[in-house]
Design a protein around this ligand. Structure first.
Ligand SMILES: *Cc1c(COP(=O)(O)O)cnc(C)c1O
Length: 356
């Protein structure tokens, strides 16, 4: 028998989440964002659940080619564009849409020979200050792209830094309108947070990622309470050993947890080498036999330890859920000072995955 830890990817949840997003943006087309191996769920695995999307957004050429090889013939968007001029041959051959965020990329497109014009999304830097042209130089970049015979349709795009928090999108929308006001072409602005909370950003295309997987764009589980999104990944394992502690006994490396009273401790086959965050402190929620209990002591490479004192029926073989259908990944992430995105993306290759 293999080690009992495994992740289940729920295709029904993915399809349901995509349909839920569609109901929120009935006027927009959807790029389903599947970078980082579909946020840890597996690109090939999620494809059947997301077939009704209008396009897929990926980070690099390899992922785009993989989607083509899996049979996806629809639009594919390279979210950061291309990294080297040699990527242009693949963009041409596989009919990809690419972000253009710099003069260097434009220059490479001007200098190459393609078999057909490539559709681009021209990125405006409206305040994130990572990629893109500032509003004042954006029209000139657009004119230059328009004049390039290798470029077909130009979509106007930007990316929000604060759509999930109190700062919102006002400032960036103002910047976007300033840079785009004289330009024609489709618009593509919204990430998951903007899909949920800023209807004015929806435009022609949206780019949701985390919502497809049923986790919260703000990292706060309660933020999704009014919606019907379903977790697409459930990570489960089992109790493989039980210890009885006397007051004063400690658990695990560094003896970071000390029993104040008699306790029963369960050892779970899951550690940081499976992708469970080592930063998870004592008190992090975890489900044992469908009952919420908590982590105690430090997370080690292959094991974690949990409090079974209030679960007298639990023992070796008891089912453990690290996150998923019964326990939001955001709740676990919050206890660790991070967001569900990071936990999902970190699922380790050694964890066996099944599609349900
Ligand atoms: C990752 C990414 C998204 C999706 O973000 P979510 O918060 O997961 O919805 C959208 N647009 C771009 C450019 C991205 O890099």
């Amino acid at each position: 028998m293999p080690r009992p830890i495994s992740a289940a990817i729920d295709l029904t949840a993915l399809a349901h989440n995509l349909a839920t997003i569609r109901s929120l943006v009935p006027q927009s087309k959807i790029w389903s964002i599947v970078k980082a191996n579909a946020y840890g769920h597996g690109l090939a695995r999620v494809l059947p659940g997301l077939r009704k999307t209008d396009g897929f957004g990926v980070l690099d050429l390899d992922a785009a080619i993989k989607l083509r090889e899996l049979g996806w013939a629809g639009p594919i968007l390279l979210l950061e564009g291309f990294f080297h001029a040699t990527d242009l041959e693949g963009i041409d051959r596989y009919s990809l849409t690419t972000i253009i965020h710099s003069d260097e990329q434009l220059q490479m497109l001007e200098a190459t020979r393609l078999t057909k014009p490539v559709n681009i999304q021209l990125k405006m830097n409206t305040g994130m200050n990572r990629l893109g042209y500032r509003p004042e130089v954006y029209p000139a970049a657009w004119q230059r792209a328009r004049a390039c015979p290798n470029i077909g349709q130009i979509t106007l795009m930007t990316h929000f830094s604060d759509a999930d928090n109190g700062r919102g999108v006002e400032y960036q929308m103002g910047e976007f309108e300033r840079g785009a006001k004289e330009l024609t072409g489709p618009r593509c602005l919204a990430n998951s947070a903007a899909v949920l909370w800023h209807a004015r950003t929806h435009a022609n295309w949206v780019r949701p990622g985390i919502l497809l997987y049923g986790a919260s764009p703000s990292g706060v589980a309660a933020a999704l309470a009014n919606h019907s999104f379903l977790p697409a990944m459930t990570l489960t394992s089992e109790i493989v050993a039980v210890q009885t502690l006397a007051p004063g006994d400690t658990v695990g490396y560094g003896s970071s947890y000390k029993a104040e009273k008699p306790m029963r401790i369960g050892v779970v086959a899951c550690g940081y080498a499976d992708g469970y965050p080592r930063a998870a402190p004592s008190g992090t929620p975890i489900m044992v036999d469908h009952i919420k209990t908590q982590l105690v002591g430090r997370v080690s490479m292959d094991m974690i330890t949990v409090d079974l004192t209030a679960l007298p029926m639990a023992g070796i073989g008891s089912k453990v859920q690290l996150w998923g259908a019964e326990l939001s990944v955001d709740e676990v992430a919050q206890a660790c000072g991070t967001v569900g995105y990071e936990l999902l993306c970190a699922l380790a290759p050694r964890v066996s995955v099944c599609v349900v």
